[in-house]
Write a protein that binds this ligand. Structure first.
Ligand code: SAH
Length: 447
């Protein structure tokens, strides 16, 4: 979502004369768009600011000045603190304020002193944003939901992104149509808790994510739909049916489980047990037999015993994931888990993460190797590293290289997968590969 937010900020600044540059060295305005989810991410902000301070200090010599801004969730959580620790920062604003960016830039130029904006506004920022444009891309993000009300005891999101809100169905459809008209073939619907989506749908009350996806599937040219990130306890039958009925919905689902231990899941306030998760996966796989899953894991949550950790390893074995993000528990200020007794020592967390990642990596490699010899539909998004090569994405988000001419750019082609490398696959273009036929190939790919 930070990638998407940064794009929106770039769009907002274009009318007042700013354009993106490659490096901060000569920039008139530098925005650090920050993440507060783990301590490491948050601390990085201060080291980056230290470096930018030097660039900024060097500026008056050439007669230009540099406006330095901190945006995103660290700004939201630590606004005042940032201005104290880094008084050379000109603007600090949270994720709910970036539509006011042009106004803030004007204020910084007009006034002395820094601008701080970490309010949660009453009206939606989305009402003030320019429409997202394709800009030559074939795959794009689209925020449909923001915030979270679930209050997992480890997580800062409810405090930094605020309560759950959904964009109205008509607005999402307008943005998606606009992107598709500009050549976008694949859209990833974004939300911190995307399947809590309940967008206003005119006189008919609100619509679920499953119904929204069904509506988006009618848009001409939009051949692939994804969504992320989902909260397991809120996957409803509309969404499961969407996986069954809508071929444009890719057979790949990121479904964070966090732990395989019921005791730990309860302490995390996850509202699902290991059994619930496994039953949900079964229902999803009945609806879409070729569905592949990825997940998020936290090791070393306070009180996690060897037996709890073993339960996580067992769950990985039982479910089978094709990709995952896994993290050491990081105590976040103000969250309930940070104050729990039984914090797990760092070396134990490191060891557990190592063991878990070895298992997850093995699962991913096995999945990638299993695709060798199968047919896959791949959306070709750009040139590869070598001449005559293109790179694209499989339905399962795998990067795939192929020898193909540029006329295939932005097309969904059918490939036979020939090799699996650590981070990508490579394949061969099948004769007479027709665009638009990718959807059937998707179904065959894991058969
Ligand atoms: N909405 C998602 C969470 C997105 S945050 C959900 O339903 O779980 C992305 C991931 O960061 C989380 O899934 C979690 O695995 C990890 N994470 C969040 N807070 C964390 C913390 N305090 N320490 C370590 N990892 C954390």
């Amino acid at each position: 979502m930070n990638v998407y937010d940064a794009e929106r900020m770039t769009d907002l600044l274009a009318p007042i004369g700013y354009e993106a540059v490659e490096a901060p060295d000569d920039a008139d305005l530098v925005i650090l768009n920050t993440c507060h989810i783990r301590e490491k991410a948050a601390e990085k902000v201060y080291s980056d600011l230290g470096r930018l301070r030097q660039l900024k200090a060097a500026r008056p010599e050439d007669g230009a000045s540099m406006v330095l801004a901190v945006a995103g969730c660290v700004a939201q959580a630590e606004g005042e603190e940032i201005l104290r620790r880094a008084p050379y920062v000109d603007m600090v604003f949270g994720p709910q304020a970036y539509h006011r960016l042009p106004e803030m830039v004007a204020r910084v130029h007009r006034e002395q002193g820094a601008v701080l904006d970490t309010e949660f506004p009453a009206s939606s920022k989305f009402d003030y944003l320019p429409k997202p444009e394709a800009q030559g891309r074939f795959s794009a993000f689209l925020t449909v939901q923001e915030g979270c009300d679930k209050f997992c005891t480890f997580c800062v999101v409810p405090y930094t992104r605020g309560a759950e809100t959904s964009r109205p169905v008509a607005d999402v459809k307008a943005d998606a149509s606009n992107l598709a008209a500009g050549g976008v073939r694949e859209i990833t619907l974004l939300g911190q808790n995307v399947n809590a989506y309940h967008g206003r749908a005119g006189r008919f009350g609100t619509q679920t994510l499953g119904k929204l996806i069904a509506g988006l599937a009618d848009i001409e040219g939009l051949d692939r739909i994804r969504y992320t990130t989902s909260y397991p306890a809120e996957i409803d039958s509309d969404l499961i049916n969407a996986h069954r009925d809508i071929p444009q919905l890719m057979p790949y689902l990121h479904l964070p489980v966090q732990s395989g231990s019921d005791r730990i899941l309860h302490a995390m306030n996850r509202r699902h047990g290991a059994g619930d998760y496994k039953r949900l996966v079964e229902r999803l796989r009945r609806a879409r037999p070729d569905l592949a899953l990825s997940s998020d894991f936290i090791v070393g949550f306070p009180g996690e015993s060897d037996a709890d950790f073993q339960a996580t390893l067992d769950l990985v074995d039982e479910v089978g994931f094709v990709g995952a993000y896994s993290f050491k528990y990081s105590p976040r200020p103000g969250t309930p888990a940070a104050a729990l007794l039984g914090q797990v020592p760092e070396d134990v967390k490191t060891e557990r993460l190592h063991v878990l990642q070895a298992k997850l990596n093995a699962g991913q490699s096995a999945f990638n190797k299993g695709t060798i010899g199968t047919k896959m539909s791949v959306l070709l998004e750009g040139p590869g590293r070598h001449p005559g090569q293109m790179i694209g994405r499989s339905p399962y988000m795998q990067a795939v290289h192929v020898q193909a001419s540029e006329e295939y750019l932005g097309k969904i082609v059918e490939l036979e997968i020939e090799a699996a490398h650590p981070n990508s696959l490579s394949g061969r273009l099948l004769e007479g590969t027709p665009d638009h036929q990718g959807l059937n190939a998707t179904m065959e790919a894991t058969a």
